[in-house]
Design a protein around this ligand. Structure first.
Ligand code: PPE
Length: 313
């Protein structure tokens, strides 16, 4: 497999839900003086819809809507629609675009009103787009695993940016991480916190396997509380695999038996090397493969939705 980074194509579909109305893709526009453009005052979600034998189904709809509102709360931003309206709008966007499997991107942001850092004079707006999005880190990555490198950037410390909020501004940190990783020929970067413990990827939570147990950084340790992360932990428990949430040093990652990442976009992606050192056998490990299979079987509706994660579109 080449080390060429996977290129993501421009998204496109027909309709975008925009402040309560369906508008054609090209008409969902904002003013260049919108507060979010200058000061990062937005929060978003990434949601996947999978094709199942019973039709398209949204994964974790309520969990994503809940997190959107929590992210907004952390920025003192009041979304001018109820959770119920947002939930329905997500489903309606997918329906109107006629998607099977797709990715949905709700975004609440401060629009155009006033200039100046103080956001209180700028209206909060909401857009929901959807498009068909393939594998995040390349098709081969799902089987072969990806190469990651530890970033020289650090995750924002507690009490700086709220890492647990999916806030637009937080993604400056993520961009620096992924740009550096790609510059060095890695698929993805792993960021350490200010104390040197591993947090996550630029857009994924991380896990290692050691002696048959799964270890992952705890919530509250400068990570996003990934919804896929929660699902992976539940699937591991279903298999009787012990799960430990603890801070992980970079050395623990380097000497792990297996490593993988999770995210809505990234799904469950194996990691085969870190800083050019193979992890375990240098390919997807057996526990990773099992959890990946369990994840896809569930979201694709091939097994019963025993945890109630799917909502039919
Ligand atoms: N950490 C970060 C920093 C992150 O952005 C994501 C999602 C996760 C962990 C995993 O969270 P969850 O999706 O709830 O399991 N990243 C989203 C955006 C990716 C993008 O490039 O845009 C995503 O996967 O939708």
């Amino acid at each position: 497999m080449s080390r060429e980074p996977h290129t993501i194509q421009s998204p496109r579909s027909e309709w975008i839900w925009f402040n309560g109305e369906m508008v054609p893709w090209d008409q969902a526009q904002i003013h260049v003086l919108s507060h979010v453009v200058h000061y990062g005052s937005g929060v978003f979600e990434g949601i996947r819809v999978y094709d199942t034998p019973g039709g398209p189904a949204v994964v974790g709809l309520d969990a994503h809507v809940k997190r959107l509102f929590e992210s907004a709360k952390l920025l003192y931003m009041e979304i001018p629609f109820s959770a119920e309206v947002v939930r329905e709008a997500i489903l309606e966007t997918v329906r109107r675009n006629g998607h099977g499997g797709c990715y949905v991107r709700p975004l609440a942001y401060r629009g155009f009103g006033q200039m100046g850092v103080n956001p209180t004079g700028s209206p909060v707006e909401l857009a929901i787009a959807s498009w068909e999005w393939g594998t995040y880190l390349g098709d081969e990555a799902m089987e072969q695993g990806v190469d990651v490198g530890v970033s020289s950037w650090r995750k924002m410390a507690p009490g700086t940016h709220p890492a647990i909020s999916k806030a637009v501004g937080n993604y400056v940190n993520s961009q620096l991480i992924v740009l550096e990783a790609r510059r060095h020929g890695y698929h993805e970067g792993i960021v350490l916190d200010v104390d040197g413990f591993a947090c996550e990827g630029s857009g994924e939570n991380i896990f290692i396997v050691r002696d048959g147990r799964i270890l992952t950084p705890p919530l509250g340790a400068s990570i996003l509380g990934g919804i896929t992360r929660g699902y992976v932990l539940a699937l591991a428990k279903d298999r009787g695999i012990e799960v430990v949430e603890q801070r992980l040093s970079r050395e623990m990652l380097m000497t792990a038996d297996e490593m993988f990442m999770s995210g809505t976009a990234a799904e469950v992606t194996p990691v085969r090397s870190i800083d050019r050192q193979p992890i375990g056998a240098g390919r997807r490990g057996p526990i990773t493969e099992q959890l990946q299979a369990d994840f896809f079987a569930l979201v694709r509706g091939e097994v019963e939705d025993r945890h109630g994660w799917l909502t039919p579109v």
